[in-house]
Design a protein around this ligand. Sequence first.
Ligand SMILES: CC/C=C\C/C=C/C(=O)SCCNC(=O)CCNC(=O)[C@H](O)C(C)(C)COP(=O)(O)OP(=O)(O)OC[C@H]1O[C@@H](n2cnc3c(N)ncnc32)[C@H](O)[C@@H]1OP(=O)(O)O
Length: 719
Amino acid sequence: MANYRNKGGVAVIELNNPPVNALSFEVRSGLMNALKRAHDDKDVKCIVIHGKGKNFSAGADIKEFGGTKQQKPWITDACRLADESSKPVVAAIAGTALGGGLEVALFCHYRIGTPSCRVGFPEVQIGVLPGAGGTQRLPRLIGVKHSIDMITSGRHVMAEEALKLGILDKIVTDDIIEEGIQFAKSVVGIDVGGRILRNRKVEDAGSKVFDDEISRVKKKYKGYIAPLFCLKAIQASMQLPYDAGMEQELKLFQQLVSSGQAKAQQYTFFAERISARWQLPSGANSQTASPLPVKTAGVIGAGTMGAGIALCLITSGIPTVLVEQDQKFLEKGVKTVEGDLRGSVALKKMTAEQANKAISVLKTSVNLEDLHDVDLVIEAVYENLALKKEIFAKLDKICKSKTILCTNTSSLDIDTIAEATKRRDKVVGTHFFAPAYIMKLQENVYGKDTSAETVATVMALGKRIRKVPVLVGTCDSFVANRMLHPYATEALFLVEEGASPYEVDQALEDFGMPMGMFRVSDLSGLDIGYKVRKEAAKRRGIELTSDTRFVNGERVCLLANVLVEKGRLGIKSGKGWYNYGSPGKREATPDPEVLDTIEEYCRKYDIKKRKISSQEILERMQLAMINEGFKILEEGIVSKPEDIDIIWIYGFGWPKYMGGPMFYANEMKLKNVYRKIRDFHQNYPFSIHWTPSKLLARLSETDLPISKWTSLINSNSKL
Ligand SMILES: CC/C=C\C/C=C/C(=O)SCCNC(=O)CCNC(=O)[C@H](O)C(C)(C)COP(=O)(O)OP(=O)(O)OC[C@H]1O[C@@H](n2cnc3c(N)ncnc32)[C@H](O)[C@@H]1OP(=O)(O)O
């Protein structure tokens, strides 16, 4: 709703729907009624609109999209009275004015804001466009070029920049409502005609600008349709009179809002927030537990991962000690950090000042003892259980009793590592993804004794260092890599059955993955997987050779080992599944030698090859991994499907417009997913990953949407 009061001739209208004052049906109706009242009240000389609490408004209520509450009055109906009013109307902006919130402000004649306020049109991120006049009114205020930038990127614009662009008329430092009232009083008597955006003309930027922008947007936001629709709507502002442009914008908005991409992107928006609400098996959760303060941190290991993690910490202002046992490795790590900072400055992602500030809080040491006073340590040495246990035992003695000890393991048992200490409650996994400075996912892993306070601390740390933290339980390889295993295994089986690695990658990239599986393997280094496979087999008492075809009755394909043994380690050696010309180069070209190796391998084992469609490639890789996702849910390793989707989106680049693998399964209908998995299980009985999940079997008998799956898990723990 919206509150109304008359303060000495100033109508003060408050958008009231905390925390973000989303423009629900009630708020839109309330705003319309309040504007009518102000218009009819002869005592009122001017009008101020502000938001209750910290924010102006975060825009349309996304939960209403596609539902029955998405009904008139629209934002435009509610705001028309502001546009047409002869009394000056001022938007007083604190916090955020986003999407429809900014559109409300653009219907006002003036806009003032606090120094920390932010404005923007983030609609592209939820698969729609500014449908309440934003694409028509912003170009009339700041021109076509800046409008394209703001609307297609969805970025938030800070107060200073908003002032420079002309979105804000003034930045004010006192109480925003009082400032709004004073400002409104000061403009009473000045004709508002020139301030009404609908009356302004949009400069003709020419059609070439749009042709260039279409190419740019197609490349930058590959696969996303909303940015292209935004361009069409902005172009309409240039080509059509205001009313016709508004009609065109609404038409485009309605096409988008009912699209599958919009549904998936909005699901992703809420999934990220749902996933942030964690719960431990004990019942302790994000509402009940408080994080410990992290004023200083330590990182052990200055390799690629350690250096990347240290970079995340120092660029977030956390003084960090980077420890490496060997001075030479330490120097190499520091060079990596400095190089990445220089790169960020060159790409204008940070200023030189910010980079210098970050490096000034980095300390280095070759002595673990220098971690005695830090609040949290992240160990990032190579994946070796004995070594990690040794380090944790030492840290336990060196660090203060409150220090939290994190391990950046991607697969090892947290409880075994915790046993090396006398503070098992303070030991936790923080699994970062390479490159750690770029990839957003932080997979936090709790052990059986990890306390709620420790979990709260690493979840809060993740947010602070601009990651997306997700909490998972302990199991072999945790969630991300456990699901990756059947996905990658199927890729190899597809290759031995007749698909080329390049066809596999093409199918995945056409689906929207940023890189195919084989290109990712080349990037990570084929030798890494080789070592991990050997170590894991050794732990199980198995001797692996590239001739191994079955392990304990289960089919395996060790083609990658054959490549490693031929010196093809991936990008680092200049050749892997692809050819890169020389070591370290990134441009991948298909390599006939790889195809010959595969041919030879298949001949050796008498494997019949056949033509494999891209549909089969996608189904086999994705359904194998989705089946594993249901098993993970069934075992309670994560508490909700949204956790899995967020892991795939931020850990592996699953396209947001597909909503994550579990959402994708939901859209396919679970009975179809289950049927296909059962068929694959029949056709490939020697692959354990095709054993259908019991939870999936149960869910496929119901019509429960993804938002209700956990209710079935909770109501029936014995599946
Ligand atoms: C016919 C034409 C019709 C309409 C045209 C207009 C279209 C639009 O306006 S679409 C909406 C555009 N706006 C956005 O996309 C903004 C989305 N929100 C955010 O980016 C962030 O929430 C924030 C920056 C505004 C605040 O961030 P933060 O402080 O980190 O809080 P949370 O993100 O946790 O949000 C708190 C709480 O509010 C819910 N929420 C936020 N925005 C909306 C929204 N627009 N509609 C509905 N609900 C919203 C969010 O889910 C959180 O809820 P929970 O606490 O229950 O998780």
